[in-house]
Design a protein around this ligand. Structure first.
Ligand code: ADP
Length: 867
């Protein structure tokens, strides 16, 4: 399919040189035309049979813009003067004749331009009729009055004869010469540009026919046996088949050129032919010849126009059908070919389109997300074009890209048609040698995804609206294909991303759907399942019910597996926002620990992501940490005991001294006769009591020094505080410190390790005593308070009247001590114990000196208390 090239449009203002050259050409043509007119004249009358200058001027005015008409008319003036110099005419007549010639051309050009949609063309009936009426009849008719008046006035020739002769000669000349000149100058026709050999041969044959017949007419014998009967009229009639041939096969151009040839031949025969009958024609027979030729030419021109119109509409229809066929073929390709082979469809479609439109290059561009990076998806180049498509740098065609992003097509036939703001684009067009370009935006889903760029390099071409509309349809095919391709790329990228994320996770992950079926797993999960021998074919885990394979695949104990299944079900059903569990994996030889974490899958269909992360190391580190903390606590306790040695000795001393004194008294009573057994019994009871007191002290001490794992029980803090206070009793006495207990009347219950909490209280009391070491003895007092501050928490405070706090003490910094033999660990251990119990410890300054240390712990509920 070939879409015909249109003519150049919108030619920009030509250079002064070009105008001058055209003016010179007009001048020369006018001169030659005038001389031909003189040759074809019947002396002694002034008007000629054919008068080309007027037709030459008419053709010039039809082609030139109105603003330059004066230049060309002026250019014709010297030619007129020079041509008329050879003829003995008075000067005023020469001027008058120039004026009438110009007036005829002006009238013809104005009429035709006013009523014809393409004044320089004769390819529709309307254009031919407008031309015949305006340029062939009205202009010669009107201008001949003035012409005849001038000739009659200055040369005394009969008025009506001059008028008639001039009218007929000008009618014939306008009718035949103007279309021929326009045909040659615009050289538009497909025939002119047709590159087919057959067409050239046909043209040559046609020309040959004219030449042979012409020679026959002009040189053939007029008499004798060799003469063709009725010559030259018979021979002139012989031209008719050639004229019809030219009209039918070559349209208005063929008709106008063949008519001109015929007229020239006929006039030449009449004026200069060798035939005595013809050369002796009178002005009347010349007029008859002119009328005859004119009448003959008008219907022929109309016929040519009609044939051309018909041919064009047939061609348009055929072309439309071919385009529809191409379109359906392309859409078929786009639909049939699987999306992963869409590249091949791009390639073949661009080639078919490029060939059909006879383009230089056809490129499919894609705008990724930012237009600064335009991508060439595929580019087809016509034969002999080895240029790289432009526009890939994004800033090469900024104006075009702006238009395209605004979903406006860009079409220009010749870079001159671009607006001034497209200067950068114009530079690129010039650099790449682009002659004409149509760019169609490819939009889908409200976004411009790319563009199709149709480029010609060798010739300029027009982009009629109808063609642009049709190419828009093609563009839609490409746009949809691009959108599909983009969607698939995005899908592929997201799949790849998903797999990459899954693969990069160190945890063992399985993704479940809302029914608990495994949708996908990562490599880690496959390995975990394989190591635990949970599934013969670990990959087959995908698609099976997670709950069924959970135990085997993860090496969980039955209890943990049940717990996990319940937790996962909760997440899948949406009743819980997540689930976590730590479990030991028994399947392998060495014990490993895993943390199971379940989070809902954030998608409308639901589901969950289950991950098993090995936490053996953390677990071991945690256990190690716990052990070290216990050891440190134990060590701190022992060192605290060290500080208490004196008071403990004192504490033990009392009952032991009592036992000793009582035992000595009992000895004495037993030695008396009779022994005072009643007294002895009383003394023995005292000894037992003292012994119990000593035993209590030792018992408490042992309890405190026990190296044991933390054991949580329900503890009444009031009892605990009293016990510690008792332990410190002697120490307080020695240090002259009064310890006052202001404890809550009800039990203050916590779930705690009693030994650890005793250490906290002991530490706080010892610190308080030591802080008051340098204070006046009268003011050395400690108040210990306990309360259940609210339902959930209990609060204990130890208030002293000592030196008060330093910043470091506020912050409970480790290894900060002001004591010569201190370690600076007491408060840190107290804090870690309190925090391990879910509580907090802090210190405040008292308003009237000294510090208060507080700690609060979660209270145990009364249910727990009862239990
Ligand atoms: P140590 O008793 O081994 O010094 P602690 O952690 O128990 O370690 O105490 C750290 C420091 O905090 C003490 O040396 C003391 O300076 C300060 N401190 C502790 N309790 C009090 C208090 N009630 N009043 C003032 N300072 C205190």
């Amino acid at each position: 399919m070939k879409i015909p090239m249109n003519d150049r449009r919108g030619a920009s203002a030509p250079s002064a040189l070009r105008v001058a050259a055209t003016a010179l050409l007009v001048s020369v043509a006018y001169y030659i035309g005038a001389n031909i007119g003189f040759i074809l004249r019947f002396p002694p009358s002034t008007p000629s049979v054919l008068w080309p200058p007027n037709a030459i001027l008419t053709a010039t005015l039809l082609l030139a813009p109105v603003s330059r008409w004066w230049i060309y008319l002026l250019a014709a003036f010297p030619a007129h003067l020079v041509a008329e110099m050879g003829v003995p005419l008075p000067a005023p007549l020469v001027l008058a004749l120039f004026a009438t010639n110009c007036s005829e051309a002006l009238m013809a050009a104005v009429c035709v331009r006013r009523f014809s949609d393409a004044p320089e063309r004769f390819d529709t009936l309307r254009r031919v009729v407008v031309f015949v009426l305006g340029a062939v009849f009205v202009a010669p008719f009107a201008s001949s009055f003035a012409d005849a008046a001038a000739v009659t006035g200055l040369m005394s020739e009969p008025y009506w004869r001059v008028w008639r002769t001039r009218l007929f000669s000008n009618v014939l000349t306008e009718l035949t010469l103007v279309p021929a000149i326009l045909t040659v100058v615009t050289a538009r026709s497909s025939w002119w540009q047709d590159r087919r050999l057959r067409r050239h041969i046909e043209t040559a044959l046609l020309a040959l026919g004219f030449v042979v017949v012409g020679i026959g007419i002009l040189t053939g014998p007029a008499y004798g046996p060799a003469a063709i009967p009725g010559s030259p009229y018979t021979l002139l009639a012989l031209l008719l088949p050639f004229i019809l041939w030219a009209t039918v096969r070559f349209g208005p151009e063929g008709a106008s050129l063949s008519l001109l040839s015929t007229v020239l031949l006929a006039v030449l025969v009449s004026t200069h032919g060798r035939h005595p009958l013809m050369t002796l024609v009178t002005p009347e027979t010349a007029a008859a010849l002119q009328i005859c030729l004119s009448v003959f030419a008008i219907p022929l021109m109309c016929l040519a126009a009609v044939i051309e119109e018909r041919r064009r509409s047939n061609e348009a229809l055929a072309e439309r059908l071919r385009f529809e066929e191409l379109l359906s073929r392309l859409s078929g390709d786009f639909v049939r070919v699987p999306s992963n082979e869409i590249e091949t469809v791009f390639e073949s479609s661009l080639r078919q389109l490029g060939e059909a439109l006879d383009l230089g290059q056809l490129t499919l561009y894609r705008f990724p997300t930012d237009v600064a990076r335009v991508e060439v998806v595929y580019s087809w180049s016509g034969p002999g074009i080895d240029r790289v498509p432009g526009g890939t740098a994004g800033d090469e065609f900024p104006w075009v890209i702006r238009q395209i992003l605004g979903a406006n097509p860009v079409a220009f036939s010749g870079p001159e048609e671009l607006p001034p703001e497209a200067s950068q684009d114009l530079d690129t067009f010039r650099r790449l040698g682009i002659r004409s370009n149509l760019v169609i935006p490819l939009g889908a889903g409200g976004r411009v995804l790319g563009s199709l760029s149709f480029v010609t390099y060798v010739m300029e071409r027009a982009w009629p609206d109808e063609l642009v509309q049709r190419l828009h349809l093609v563009g839609e095919l490409f746009a949809n294909a691009l959108a599909q391709r983009e969607a698939q790329e995005a899908l592929r990228a997201s799949e790849a991303m998903k797999s990459a994320i899954l693969a990069s996770l160190s945890s063992n992950v399985a993704v479940l759907d809302r029914d608990g079926l495994i949708i996908t797993v990562n490599d880690g999960w496959v390995r975990l399942a394989r190591d635990n021998g949970g599934s013969a074919d670990a990959e087959a885990g995908v698609g099976s019910r997670y709950f069924d394979i959970c135990r085997g695949a993860t090496g969980m104990s039955a209890a943990h597996a049940d717990e996990a299944v319940t937790g996962i079900r909760g997440v899948l059903e949406g009743s819980s926002a997540g689930f976590g569990l730590e479990y030991p994996c028994r399947a392998s030889r060495t014990e490993t620990w895993f943390a199971l974490s379940v989070v809902p899958l954030g998608r409308p269909e639901g589901g969950a992501v289950v991950s098993h992360t090995e936490v053996t190391e953390q677990k071991l580190a945690e256990l190690e940490l716990q052990r070290s903390r216990q050891e440190l606590t134990h060590f701190a306790r022992i060192s605290t005991m060290g500080e208490l040695t004196a008071s403990l000795a004192h504490e033990l001393n009392q009952p032991l001294t009592g036992i000793l004194t009582n035992a000595q008294a009992a000895q004495r009573l037993l030695q008396a006769s009779p022994p005072e057994l009643g007294e002895v019994g009383q003394i023995l009871a005292d000894i037992v009591e003292d012994d119990r007191r000593a035993g209590d002290v030792i018992q408490r001490l042992r309890y405190l020094l026990k190296k044991d794992e933390a054991q949580f029980h329900l503890v009444d803090l009031n009892v605990l505080i009293r016990d510690v206070a008792k332990l410190l009793n002697s120490d307080a006495v020695i240090r002259n410190v009064t310890v006052t207990l202001e404890l809550a009347s009800d039990p203050v219950l916590v779930n705690a390790d009693a030994v650890q909490l005793q250490q906290v209280v002991l530490n706080l009391l010892l610190n308080a005593m030591e802080a008051m070491a340098d204070c006046a003895e009268s003011s050395r007092s400690i108040v210990v308070r306990s309360e259940s501050s609210d339902v959930d928490a209990v609060h204990v405070s130890v208030q002293d009247a000592g030196v008060g706090l330093r910043q470091e003490t506020h912050d409970l910094e480790p290894f900060y001590t002001t004591k010569p033999d201190g370690m600076g660990m007491g408060l840190v251990i107290a804090r870690s114990i309190v925090e391990a119990h879910g509580g907090v410890i802090w210190a405040t300054d008292n308003a009237n000196g000294g510090a208060t240390f507080h700690f609060s712990l979660p209270g145990a509920s009364s249910d727990e208390a009862r239990a």
